[in-house]
Design a protein around this ligand. Structure first.
Ligand code: TYD
Length: 226
């Protein structure tokens, strides 16, 4: 596939959504064809699944939750991510497979192989070119989230111990596959995070021919999903 697939991961309050947006805007300004998207969501069906997962005050069992995240991902991969990569775009995605490992395996304690099996079906083997972990202590992340009045969801409201397990799972994933990950300290000024993020993605962008000289004007700018 010709495009570049960049994923941002992190615990609640890591600032990943803001960082992903700023990165997408900067890359578009440099002339890349950019698709900025998020999980769960990114497609019409995915957004409906998102609302079931996060907005409704329902008691979902962990297995249903894992399968719904995977279902949203399956649609997202086929409808949005793969077509964009095939076209040669840079896809900036706020969360992907590693969120399911960190939250459903690490946080919920589901068997890792089961979570992985659902991912195989959802992604058809699609992997990111680079995954950035915006890392910070759970206390700092949760304190930031507490400031976002009305912005928390069903999973944000889990216990501190849950979020500690999520963070530990991210660290375990990084240790297993350091080549695919870059870890950025998210407990610092946003401009510093952004600068490190820009440096981290340089090597994968360097493999990408799409630039302001080579692309159709109509394709420039960020395509925001949703
Ligand atoms: P969101 O509002 O997008 O928050 P954030 O800014 O933290 O990304 O909520 C997404 C929530 O869903 C978040 O708590 C992490 C969780 N999640 C999973 O548990 N598994 C997954 O596979 C994904 C994609 C997200």
């Amino acid at each position: 596939m010709r495009g570049v697939f960049i994923v941002l991961e992190g615990i609640e309050g890591s600032g990943k959504t803001t960082a992903a947006r700023r990165l997408a805007v900067r890359l578009a300004a440099e002339g890349y064809d950019v698709v900025a998207t998020r999980e769960p969501g990114g497609s019409a069906i995915g957004e409906r699944i998102r609302s079931l997962l996060l907005d409704e005050p329902v008691a979902l069992c962990a297995e249903t939750e894992a399968l719904l995240f995977a279902a949203a991902r399956a649609q997202h991969v086929r409808e949005v991510i793969r077509p964009a990569l095939e076209r040669g775009a840079v896809v900036v995605c706020d969360r992907f497979v590693d969120s399911s490992l960190a939250y459903q395996w690490g946080g919920r304690g589901l068997p890792r192989d089961d979570v992985l099996a659902a991912q195989a079906l959802a992604t058809q083997g699609l992997e990111s070119d680079i995954t950035i972990l915006l890392d910070l202590p759970v206390d700092v992340g949760l304190a930031r989230r507490a400031g976002d009045v009305g912005q928390t969801n069903r999973i944000d409201d889990e216990s501190r111990a849950f979020h500690e397990r999520v963070r530990s799972a991210y660290h375990a994933l990084v240790a297993e596959d350091p080549g695919r990950w870059r870890v950025i300290d998210a407990d610092q000024a946003p401009e510093l995070v952004q600068a490190e993020l820009s440096r981290a993605i340089e090597p994968v962008l360097a493999r990408q021919p799409t630039s302001i000289d080579s692309q159709d004007d109509e394709l420039s700018g960020v395509r925001w999903r949703p």
